[in-house]
Design a protein around this ligand. Structure first.
Ligand SMILES: [Zn+2]
Length: 271
């Protein structure tokens, strides 16, 4: 019963966070403070009342049109809110099942103990924001990488210093590998933002889960790239942001890394 309460609370929390992320991803790349002022309609710049700013529900009750000027509200708002809710819901679901499964989330649960949930929610907030700014504008802001990096490093050193050496090594190895891809493809396959982003997941996932993460990132990236080319939405050599694949693969491995290890045949590498 208390588990259901936790999962539902996390999902609702995810909606609120999701709404915050829609504003954070919009404002941060425009250099506007997240703490300054109320939400404005991006179309006519009028203030939005709190009752028209309820995640997903307002979008549905307004039929996707803004009250102030009647123009369609971008679907990015309900979509970001929904996926943040889904992420938080999955964090809750996997967390409450840690007695039966062993993905990286449960390894972190053993390491960071009571801090694991607040830590994961915060990390998700940063990574979902990076996903959006890279997807929409091909921009990855340094602070959204280095703040969670510093936080993870502090927790690792405090709770399990033995892990930190391996994880830092993995972190720089992966970033170096992406830097190599960046240099070989002359920046067409990989941006420097992606190189910096690649520092973070290995630090969190550690050994051996960094392997399926890197593997999955490239598989999803290649699949999406081929699909976009077939749909003639992308041309070969034209840059598709790679950050979203690194982040999607991170969450998949965080939640189901134990099963993915098995699927990819990495199982012989013991943690
Ligand atoms: Zn308006």
């Amino acid at each position: 019963m208390s588990e259901i309460f936790l999962i539902v609370s996390l999902a609702l929390f995810g909606l609120v966070f999701g709404s915050f992320i829609t504003a954070l991803s919009y404002r941060s790349i425009r250099g506007v403070s997240i703490f300054k002022g109320r939400s404005l309609c991006p179309l006519c710049k009028k203030k939005i009342s709190w009752s028209d700013n309820i995640p997903i529900i307002s979008y549905l009750s307004l039929n996707g049109k803004s009250r102030c000027c009647g123009k369609p509200i971008s679907w990015r708002y309900p979509l970001i809110e929904f996926f943040t809710m889904l992420t938080f819901l999955l964090i809750g679901l996997v967390y409450t099942n840690c007695s039966t499964v062993t993905p990286p989330l449960c390894v972190l649960n053993n390491t960071f103990s009571f801090l694991v949930l607040p830590y994961l929610l915060l990390i998700s907030l940063f990574l979902i924001t990076v996903f959006i700014t890279d997807f929409e504008h091909k921009i990855i802001l340094d602070e959204f990488i280095f703040i969670p990096y510093g936080l993870t490093l502090l927790l690792l050193i405090f709770f399990n210093p033995e892990f930190s050496y391996t994880n830092i090594f993995l972190s720089f190895t992966c970033a170096a590998f992406l830097l190599l891809v960046h240099l070989i493809t002359r920046g067409k396959g990989m941006g420097l933002g992606d190189v910096k982003l690649a520092l973070l997941p290995p630090l969190i996932l550690g050994w051996p889960f960094t392997l399926p993460w890197l593997f999955l990132s490239f598989i999803i990236g290649a699949l999406v790239g081929v699909i976009l080319m077939l749909m003639k939405k992308a041309k070969f050599g034209k840059q598709i942001p790679f950050g979203p694949f690194l982040i999607l693969a991170f969450f998949l491995v965080l939640f189901w890394g134990d099963k993915l290890m098995f699927l990819f045949g990495f199982l012989t590498l013991s943690p």
